[in-house]
Design a protein around this ligand. Structure first.
Ligand code: AMP
Length: 450
């Protein structure tokens, strides 16, 4: 079957740049090779933090860590063009922990010394966990707040004052408006996934939060892409920032084996069943455009004997965490997610990303498939494309600057050039699958320029 990974973890095999500027579009999120002399021992980190990093089994800093940490320790502002999977959390968390530990002082009731703003609950939880792991020997206080859960414990945690607060914008603003949170002692502010904040409509909340910050502070802004609005915001809030870029969004796609399967919409479920018969698909993240669709796919898979659960914004926090934990532990083989729920999900060893629906925002495609190439590993991305999604596919190919190879030999194949609207389901072809594995027969799809 065609859908096997292109290789194992390439983290140590590929080198990348160490310079801070200029930004190169081809940088790859792999650890900096040891022969270049960069290690966690040469970045200026204190023992307590180096020991915690060792405890995480990180041997070598990733490029963004190598580039950012010394400047952040020196108190510089930073503009980071990087997405999750590059090691960016440690790139900002390690120096923040160190600076706060070296100048200990109580934050004061309802206040915090470092504020990390991130768009989703999942990301917020992961960042908070990272701070706890990397900071386990420095004894600082941290807490995470997000919406969709009761605010009482959050209010209580804030009441005592915190060294580090990780928050999503809506809930933080609510708590600020109710007088439970005050930002006037923030020394370090991190705006994480700024482009996603914009996409998700959070930018006004973010601006209100920024307006409540003290003028004198260290500011870090991370964004996978740099739309104009974010570039302007960066200009406004950053003071002579160091610029660091790794994995521009389009380049992520290079490490991933990508395939597209043309199919009638009405045949997608059957195609998914058929694709999942391949046992090399050990841990698959399936993307659906809608929450309702995600539920239906997960239910259908479960009925067909494939252990699957759905994760999206309508699920309770508990249900989301359970689904994620089951997936991480290998108890379920398939996690069906919407874009927002999956954003930043940090799960190693996702062998396949399956785009059951193609996203209408091409950057989302790159974010989705990046879930299977964590920290330098490679992976496989399979996209189902119906007639109406062909325009999306063209936009994606334009963004990643290459055509996605077409799998020809699947049972529900729809001729990519076939015109018209979605007719009656196509009859499955017989004898479709090549035996003996290997690559599928494919041809490069002609790229249409617009
Ligand atoms: P992030 O981009 O911060 O979401 O990190 C992506 C993944 O890489 C997480 O699972 C981290 O635990 C892992 N990671 C971060 N830094 C390193 C490193 N220097 N070596 C190995 N893994 C790392």
């Amino acid at each position: 079957m065609p859908l096997r990974g292109a290789g194992g973890n390439t983290r140590k095999q590929t080198h990348t740049m160490l310079n801070v500027t200029p930004v190169t579009p081809d940088a790859i999120p792999v650890a900096v090779p040891p022969e270049m002399g960069v290690s966690f021992d040469t970045l200026g980190l204190i023992d307590a933090i180096r020991n915690a990093v060792r405890g995480e089994n990180y041997t070598t800093p990733t490029p963004i860590q190598a580039q950012a940490i010394p400047h952040l320790l020196a108190g510089r502002d930073l503009l980071g063009c990087a997405q999750t999977g590059t090691g960016k959390t440690a790139a900002f968390a390690l120096p923040i922990l160190q600076r706060l530990a070296e100048s200990r002082r109580p934050a004061g009731a309802r206040k915090m010394r470092a504020l990390i703003l991130t768009p989703t609950r999942e990301l917020a939880s992961q960042i908070d966990e990272s701070f706890r792991a990397y900071g386990r020997h420095v004894g600082l206080s941290s807490h995470v707040i997000f919406g969709g859960v009761g605010q009482r414990p959050q209010v209580q945690a804030l009441q005592r004052g915190l060294d580090i607060l990780v928050a999503t914008p809506g809930r933080l603003l609510d708590l600020m408006n109710q007088g439970h949170a005050r930002l006037d002692t923030v020394e370090v502010f991190v705006l994480d996934e700024a482009d996603r904040m914009l996409d998700m409509g959070f930018i006004h909340d973010v601006k209100k939060i920024i307006a409540a910050l003290p003028a004198k502070r260290q500011t870090l802004l991370f964004s996978a892409t740099m739309p104009n609005d974010i570039a302007h915001l960066a200009d406004r809030i950053l003071n002579q920032p160091v610029r660091v870029a790794v994995t521009p969004v389009a380049a992520t796609a290079d490490r991933i084996d990508q395939w597209v399967l043309h199919v009638e919409r009405s045949n997608k479920r059957a195609l998914l069943d058929s694709v999942l018969k391949d046992r090399s698909i050990a841990r698959a993240l399936v993307f659906s455009r809608t929450k309702h669709g995600a539920n239906k796919i997960a239910e259908q898979l479960a009925r067909g004997g494939v252990a699957a659960e759905a994760i999206h914004g309508n699920k309770s926090q508990g249900a989301r965490e359970r689904a994620l934990a089951n997936f991480k532990a290998g108890k379920i083989r398939v996690l069906v997610a919407t874009d927002i729920a999956a954003r930043g999900i940090d799960i190693d060893d996702v062998t396949h990303v399956i785009n059951y629906d193609l996203p209408n925002v091409p950057e989302s495609y790159v974010h989705r498939i990046g879930r299977t190439a964590r920290a330098g590993a490679s992976g496989v991305a399979i996209s189902f494309c119906d007639r109406e999604e062909r325009a999306y596919l063209r936009d994606i190919e334009k963004l990643i600057r290459k055509a996605v190879p077409v799998v020809e030999n699947h049972p529900f194949r729809l001729e990519p050039g076939a015109p018209g609207s979605d007719p009656a389901p196509a009859r499955p072809q017989q004898g479709h699958r090549g035996k003996g594995g290997g690559r599928p027969q494919h041809r490069q799809q002609r790229r249409r320029r617009r």
